[in-house]
Design a protein around this ligand. Structure first.
Ligand code: HEM
Ligand SMILES: CC(C)=CCC/C(C)=C/CC/C(C)=C/COP(=O)(O)OP(=O)(O)O
Length: 302
């Protein structure tokens, strides 16, 4: 039983999926709070929140499952991935496919219950991640840009899901900005997140022919781009406050988080040591949930 749970967790990349769903669920609550404020709904619909979490988890899990089917032979070559159930031979591709298709349909159906746009965007995210990003990983570092689109869609999906059947009169102009900004924060964050990971894992990635660093090397330009992307994240994370749906606490948290992230990336630029890349990578794991949670709390407290 323990092995089955551990295999399922590796198949769906549980911690990554958890953070993805977390980002969508926070955006959902922000959207619902907006609705409550406008008097469109009496209170937060926790039932729909659970549907979003279950549906979001299933579609993300299915996308990861398709990714692992496609990369089964490449995953065998890397230390980090060789113990995933398919490369390790504990699950057949057919079993993976059945699970992936089942989770994709069930997840899309659940999200589609919230509204049509949410269901369609999840199908688009699965397709983009599994069938554009995944094959591109071996071709060009542009893959990271492509992968960042499905990676950032969950907060946008979560926000849209909060509006039930999207009626034009319920969805105001500011909602386009909020949905766009929630997307943008996660989109920009993925560059330092992933380039730090790709720096740490470069030797392992090379075994499978993945060249995902911007210059395909652990060099000064890659470190500079990583540093610049952490700097861009600072004004982007201040946009909620600028557009009036975040407050001063989240602005403060974003500045502090952004400065720590950039400081670590600056050290990577100056030293270009593995330990510096690891610090940027770990900081990225905390940065995004912290900023999103802060945004929600600040939004509620306002
Ligand atoms: C271009 C987009 C992205 C790429 C290429 C990427 C790549 C990766 C890789 C390769 C790892 C594994 C690191 C390791 O095993 O040491 C990882 C870990 C992680 N990623 Fe991302 N990621 C992306 C987007 C995201 C998004 C959108 C989220 C969530 C909002 C996320 C959250 C995480 C978390 C929480 C981990 C740690 C998981 C663990 O240790 O099991 N990532 N990412
Ligand atoms: C709504 C919906 C379905 C959204 C999709 C969300 C999703 C799966 C985001 C992940 C983003 C991403 C590119 C992860 C890296 O995978 P990788 O292939 O580089 O990781 P690996 O090397 O560990 O396999």
């Amino acid at each position: 039983m323990k092995q089955v749970i551990s295999d399922f967790s590796k198949l769906v990349k549980f911690r990554l999926s958890f953070t993805v769903v977390f980002s969508a669920s926070i955006s959902f609550l922000i959207g619902q709070k907006m609705q409550v404020g406008r008097g469109n709904i009496p209170s937060i619909d926790w039932g729909n929140w659970l549907i979003l979490i279950a549906g979001g988890f299933l579609v993300t899990a299915s996308a990861n499952c398709f990714n692992e089917i496609i990369e089964k032979d490449l995953d065998k070559l890397m230390t980090r991935t060789k113990d995933r159930p398919m490369p390790a031979g504990r699950m057949t591709t057919g079993q993976g496919l059945i699970l992936g298709v089942f989770m994709a349909f069930l997840g899309t159906w659940l999200l589609g219950k919230l509204n049509l746009e949410t269901g369609l965007l999840s199908v688009f995210s699965i397709l983009l991640y599994a069938f554009a990003y995944t094959p591109l990983k071996r071709k060009s570092p542009i893959a990271v840009f492509v992968g960042a689109i499905p990676g950032a869609l969950p907060p946008l999906i979560g926000y849209l899901a909060a509006f039930g059947s999207l009626k034009a009169e319920m969805f105001h102009e500011i909602d386009y900005y909020i949905a766009g900004i929630l997307f943008l924060i996660q989109f920009v964050w993925q560059f330092p997140h992933f380039w730090a990971i790709a720096w740490v894992l470069d030797d392992d990635y090379k075994k499978a022919g993945f060249r995902l660093l911007p210059t395909k090397k652990r060099d000064k330009t890659t470190a500079l781009l990583t540093f610049l992307s952490t700097l861009v994240l600072i004004p982007v994370s201040l946009m909620p406050t600028f557009y009036g749906f975040g407050g001063y606490y989240i602005a403060g948290l974003s500045i502090i988080g952004g400065l720590i992230f950039s400081w670590l990336a600056l050290k990577l630029l100056l030293n270009r040591e593995l330990v510096d890349a690891k610090r940027v990578m770990f900081c990225s794991f905390f940065y995004i949930p912290a900023v999103q949670l802060g945004l929600l709390l600040n939004f509620i407290a306002k």
